[in-house]
Design a protein around this ligand. Structure first.
Ligand code: ZN
Length: 481
């Protein structure tokens, strides 16, 4: 009798507990995917609105308001003006752990006006353009976050947090948000960027600082009283010359570039003030610090030789990326599930015309439908991003998705044009699908999140402290005006 009862109890237990081989729901058919599949026109019009605003770093008032309103309408709780930045915000949906983060950017680039046509339009003075596709970056991340909220709304535990991140193009918005603790409490971050191909980021990229050097001399009549003057432009030239000699004696993987942003107004007036803007980059932020120290010595030398003085402004600074292979594998798996972009006949004709006008012989954007396996880990991606700072605070998975017709080499009119039409929307919505699927996996598999964290802790080390490369200064709110 007792034995019978035990067997009965065991049978009941088997019915109550899901068998270990129980089928999980098909994540491609879950609520978030259904939302994205049904919302092409909605997101197409939203991304185009941001494209049209084309606001530069720290001036993205209409763009951030557009996303805030949309997220509020979708039930997100909003914190505005975080980190003391008027156009930064945090939007949260759901309750408690785990917390998955996504980041939206929405700043445009000065002087990059262009219409959504497959040929170059004449530049319009004073107009900016989305030459890095941040209209799409923001839309893809917002759509991904809203998709997750649709799934959470069914009663699943966890939270999705969308970070509105201003001024990626040189303003280092995320560095300031990181310094102020905006990303604290996030278990995993999902990051993406529009591109001309579909692949996972496995490279550390370059740490960098952006520094403005201002030299001060003494004005005088350049011909009538040259002996009375001390040229600030001479100091800039002497400084640049020394930096160019220095290039031979720095680690080969470093990058230094500059533009003279102020050099006087007229040749017959000795320039009183001159200014030069520099980027120093390296796969290691320690090397970046050394390069800057050496440059400051060169600036002192230039002043000694020209009878001038100088000051400098460290405007923004970014860490190299801390990679996480568990996150990278997860992103690659879901990238393959979503697959590449398919264009319709109208988009193919647009792409063919643009590529012809860009001098390319490829007939159609052959890269769009292909998912490229991740490259080996390294630093060979010679670019920097303020995302680098975030990767040291939160384990981050990152990918690039095809949203542009190949043509230029980045920050180009082709990206403004193709990113502002449906070619861009299709790419960004597929990116949203990848983001959603990754978040779904992280929210439903605690063991996966555990492995992500373990790798992050091991790589970052126990004694890590985030020391912002730009120190304790305020964000450079007027840098892009
Ligand atoms: Zn960008």
């Amino acid at each position: 009798m007792t034995m019978k009862r035990i067997l009965l109890a065991a049978a009941c237990l088997l019915v109550l507990l899901p068998a270990s081989g129980a089928r999980r729901p098909d994540k491609m058919k879950t609520a978030g995917m259904r939302h994205l599949d049904a919302s092409f026109h909605l997101y197409d019009s939203l991304q185009h609105r941001i494209w049209y605003f084309a606001e530069t770093g720290y001036n993205e008032y209409q763009s951030s308001e557009t996303w805030i309103k949309f997220l509020e309408d979708n039930g997100f709780r909003i914190q505005k003006g975080v980190a003391g930045i008027p156009t930064a915000f945090i939007a949260t949906y759901g309750e408690g752990a785990p917390v998955i983060g996504m980041m939206a950017e929405y700043d445009a680039i000065k002087g990059m006006s262009q219409d959504t046509v497959p040929y170059r339009k004449p530049l319009i003075e004073g107009m900016s353009g989305h030459a890095c596709g941040h209209n799409l970056l923001g839309m893809g991340s917002v759509a991904g976050a809203v998709a997750v909220s649709k799934w959470l709304a069914e009663g699943h535990p966890g939270s999705i947090r969308l970070f509105g991140c201003p001024a990626e193009e040189g303003g280092g918005g995320k560095a300031y948000m990181m310094r102020e603790g905006c990303f604290d409490g996030v278990d995993a971050m999902l990051d993406w960027h529009p591109d001309t191909r579909n692949t996972v980021n496995t490279q550390t990229g370059l740490a960098n600082v952006q520094v403005k050097f201002t030299f001060h001399g003494k004005a005088s009549h350049a011909s009538g009283a040259p002996d009375q003057g001390r040229s600030a432009l001479d100091a800039v030239e002497a400084f640049d010359f020394m930096i160019n000699l220095m290039r031979e004696h720095i680690p080969q993987t470093s990058r230094i570039h500059y533009v003279i942003t102020q050099g006087g107004k007229a040749p017959n007036v000795v320039p009183e003030t001159a200014q030069v803007l520099y980027y120093f980059r390296s796969p290691s932020r320690e090397v970046v610090r050394e390069l800057l120290d050496r440059a400051l010595k060169a600036a002192e030398g230039a002043c000694l030789g020209t009878g001038t003085t100088f000051d400098y402004e460290l405007m923004s600074g970014n860490y190299e990326r801390l990679q996480n292979t568990v996150m990278a594998d997860l992103v690659f798996e879901n990238l393959q599930k979503v697959g590449g972009v398919r264009y319709d006949a109208r988009e193919l004709a647009f792409a063919a015309e643009m590529m012809k006008n860009s001098g390319l012989t490829e007939t159609v954007p052959a890269r769009a439908p292909v998912v490229v396996p991740p490259a080996d880990e390294g630093y060979e991606a010679y670019v920097s991003s303020d995302v680098g700072n975030v990767t040291w605070g939160v384990p981050t998975g990152s990918f690039r998705y095809c949203c542009f017709v190949p043509g230029g080499s980045g920050h180009c009119w082709q990206q403004v044009a193709s990113g502002g039409m449906t070619i861009g929307t299709k790419g960004a919505l597929n990116a949203a699908r990848v983001l959603y699927l990754c978040a779904y996996d992280l929210l439903t598999q605690p063991e996966l999140l555990g492995r992500v964290r373990a790798e992050f802790d091991a790589r970052r080390g126990p004694d890590f402290r985030f020391e912002p490369l730009m120190g304790d200064r305020k964000p450079p709110f007027d840098y892009s005006r």
